[in-house]
Design a protein around this ligand. Sequence first.
Ligand SMILES: [Mn+2]
Length: 363
Amino acid sequence: MFSMWRHLNASRTFTCTAADFFSLQPRQTLFLCSDARVLRINPNRDFSGKRFNVPPSAEFVARVSGIPTMAKLPYQEAADGLDAAFVGVPIDTGTSNRPGARFGPRHIRMESALLRAYNSGTRAAPFESLMVADIGDVNVNVYDLKDTCKRIREAYRKILATGCIPLTMGGDHTIAYPILQAVAEKHGPVGLVHVDAHADTSDVVLGEKIGHGTPFRRCVEEGLLDCRRVVQIGLRGSGYSPDSYEWSRAQGFRVVQAEECWFKSLAPLMAEVRAQIGSGPVYLSFDIDALDPGFAPGTGTPEIAGLTPIQGVEIIRGCRGLNLVGCDLVEVSPPYDTTGNTALTGANLLFEMLCVLPKMKYY
Ligand SMILES: [Mn+2]
């Protein structure tokens, strides 16, 4: 992208650089001049006296150009100076069935090139509200899941110490455990909005305590969750016992099985969830397999009769007003995502998460 901009600048037909597109000055309207035409970026927008990262618009920079970062945001190595950061955790070592989630962050980033700067549905203006960047991936150990968990925990400690809110691209669901260890270290036990086809509360699988079916059991054991402020939405499928969600309910979680969601708007449910969760810190963990595999087939453990993308968006938009301290979108498995639409859906859900973070400005 930069070489393209150098070329354009050298040709003297444009008057700004790629860097100008990545960060606009306060109250500045950036002009792209090409012959007699004047093309404006973010016309008439109030930048609140603060300098923010702004992704380049596809009106001026081709979507297919450039190194793929999330939403075409700038890449930086650490979270310093950021209000929110997209971060990838490329593992599938904890997967029990179809592998491939280690490629999730890369494909979400590629498909995210279609994202634009504003949320047309809610009128959120994330890039006028928060300083956001892509901070790359956690350097995982693909040979050792326990070591990977340690690396994730340490990476998130550093991210959270800066005051930045992480928006994580998985990776299989194992990663929620070490992320929540770091989150609870900073905030104390947190509430949880967990959207998933599965409860992920198994104790031991094949003799192992760590895997993508066990993260929330480990979190409860370690006191990382405020169990009365936990909701699990979209659970379904065949189980190991007649009541697969008994353990969750016994901890005080609210369990909303997929059957309770069928044929309905989930906006009323989310009003109840907001009342349940209140004003304390809360984490949002969204497993793409919560959605029906007809919409999101590229995932490790698909279950039929799931949520629609509309319901997924309603859940996330229903988190507006909550004190979100972190979010993740996990279990996108590109080898099973032949159209790219699962990764595209993941990218859009992550954008929706960004658009409900605290301090968001809405027009
Ligand atoms: Mn899961």
